[in-house]
Design a protein around this ligand. Structure first.
Ligand code: L34
Length: 293
């Protein structure tokens, strides 16, 4: 079987055109959804993601406050900055791009964001609500993965989903979302990680494999059941002297071989990445609407 390619860019575009209309409707009521973006330091990948997020805001008519802070920013300075945004009525959502420099405690920062403006869904209050199946901001990458599956016609209800990776940003939340007794969920979920001796033993039983391990070739063709759906969350820069940038992007999946066995697969780039940005817009618009009452 040769897999159908799930075009994340196209799905993202179609959601963004829905969101563009919603922003226009809100504007008629005098509401302009605003995102406060904070990037500390100069990690090249982070700069590229954050720039794409700001552009996406402007493209659909939202406001964004773009803040680049030096790598030497202290924890106190960052906390003060967040407090200012917590109080700013023009800001409906706050995005502190991760990773942060080592001298800053990530947990302290994420906890300082007003949960009502936590459009990344990383605050413990929102994580707790999500796990309990209550309404909450859903983290952008996991939410994007679920939307990609649903909008590609993949049946999640009753499927066996194997998640490879247990990060707080992707693995844990996506597993939790898919096991809820809810629409676009109700799956049987297995989570594999670096402590799993034989990941292939589990992935070979999966109807849907979601890979967020942060390492190229974590999942190879021999680890996939014929006809499975494969979602590759990884974005790795590998050196490539034939490219102008000096690198190319690959996911966590051995794409060329796995696509011959899967029924559907997401590419990198152009798969999950554009969906992450789109769900950030979605959450920020939701916040603006909620605040307006
Ligand atoms: N706070 N930090 C916070 N929220 C997030 O949701 C993120 N994440 C991850 C890293 N840190 C974060 C992102 O935004 C990963 N991530 C992200 C966002 C967008 C893309 C990839 C990762 C993306 O657009 N990828 C493109 C290629 C981009 C390129 O050319 O470099 C793609 O097509 O996959």
């Amino acid at each position: 079987m040769t897999a159908r390619i799930i075009d994340g860019k196209q799905v993202a575009e179609s959601i963004r055109s829905e969101l563009t209309k919603e922003v226009a409707e809100l504007k008629k009521k005098g509401i302009i959804p605003g995102l406060g973006v904070i990037l500390v330091g100069e990690n090249p990948a982070s700069i590229s993601y954050v720039t794409a997020k700001e552009k996406a805001c402007h493209d659909i008519g939202m406001f964004s406050s773009d803040n680049r802070l030096p790598a030497t920013t202290t924890q106190k300075e960052l906390l003060d900055f967040i407090e200012k945004m917590n109080k700013d009525p023009k800001i409906n959502g706050i995005l502190v791009q991760l990773p942060l420099p080592k001298h800053i405690n990530e947990k302290d920062i994420l906890t300082a964001i007003n949960p009502d403006k936590d459009v990344d869904g990383f605050h413990p209050v929102n994580v707790g609500k999500m796990v309990m199946g209550e309404k909450a901001y859903l983290p952008c990458t996991p939410h994007g993965v679920v939307q990609l599956l649903a909008r590609s016609g993949v049946k999640i209800d009753g499927a066996h989903v194997v998640v490879v990776g247990r990060s707080n940003i992707v693995g844990k939340p996506v597993a939790n979302m898919l096991l809820q007794k809810a629409k676009n969920a109700n799956a049987t979920v297995t989570i594999c990680h670096t402590g799993t001796p034989d990941i292939g033993y589990f992935t070979r039983q999966a109807d849907i494999v979601i890979v967020a391990a942060g390492r190229p070739n974590t999942v190879t063709a021999d680890m996939i059941k014929e006809g499975a759906v494969v979602i590759d969350v990884g974005v790795n820069r590998v050196p490539d002297s034939t490219k102008k940038a000096g690198f190319r992007l690959v996911g966590d999946v051995d794409y060329d071989n796995v696509k011959e066995k899967a029924s559907m697969i997401t590419p990198v780039p152009g798969g999950v990445g554009p969906m992450t940005i789109t769900m950030l817009l979605f959450n920020t618009i939701e916040s603006a609407r909620t605040t307006a009452g």
